[in-house]
Design a protein around this ligand. Structure first.
Ligand code: ATP
Length: 198
């Protein structure tokens, strides 16, 4: 099974691009969404979080107390790193198990953080979705109803777009000048060919 990473900065349009691949029948693993589920359902992950952050990390109904955790990690980069050191490997394990069950020649693994985490080592190729920063800021402000500074704060946690593009095998430009659907339609047969060669 060929696993293709799909990454790009916040607001670049990863999810939008992923949906187009889904229309072509390609299954997509949404790493950030899945990580949230695993934080309440993966027993080993829950145990690690409780051990590091205390029983208070979970509410009585078993849900993660996101406010409690956010308060801790927001003010302490080491704690954030610790949390990530539990969550990222759990998500990678889960995505590999998921990929094995899929029947298509290739699958996508969508994640904002790819080169910043171990995820990069568990995909065969990477597609980067690119849009210039000003456009990404506008999109996220509108989508999430947040301020420019809030978007910038999130962006600063990610590596630079030009570096991401250099590290990727394919780039999809989502700058509202080139057709995204057209680019996906061109890339899809290439990925099918690559999968055949594996
Ligand atoms: P995040 O990293 O925050 O999850 P993302 O990279 O997945 O973001 P999307 O959610 O796909 O980005 O796109 C961000 C916003 O921009 C969405 O509201 C989406 O509908 C809009 N958008 C994306 N691409 C385009 C486009 N080509 N034309 C118009 N709107 C777009």
């Amino acid at each position: 099974m060929m696993i293709i990473g799909l990454t790009g900065g916040i607001g670049s349009g990863k999810t939008t691009v992923a949906r187009i691949f889904e229309l072509l029948g390609i299954p997509v693993y949404y790493a950030d969404d899945r990580a949230k589920v695993l934080m309440t359902q993966d027993e080993a992950l829950v145990a690690s979080i409780k051990e590091a952050f205390g029983e208070k990390a979970y509410l009585e109904n078993g849900e993660l107390d996101r406010k409690y955790i956010a308060n801790i990690v927001f003010n302490d980069p080491e704690k954030l790193q610790l949390l990530n050191s539990f969550v990222h490997p759990a998500t990678i394990r889960d995505s590999l198990a998921w990929a094995k069950e899929q029947q298509t020649p290739y699958v996508l693994r969508e994640a904002a953080l790819m080169f910043e985490t171990e995820a990069f080592h568990h995909v065969d190729k990477v597609i980067c979705v690119y849009a210039q920063q000003a456009l990404r800021i506008q999109r996220v402000m509108k989508r999430d109803n947040v301020t420019r500074n809030e978007v910038l704060a999130r962006m600063h946690k990610q590596i630079d777009e030009t570096i991401k593009m250099k590290l990727s095998d394919f780039v999809i430009f989502n700058n509202e000048q080139q057709s995204v659907i057209g680019q996906v339609m061109q890339l899809h047969p290439k990925l099918l060919d690559l999968a055949k060669q594996q």
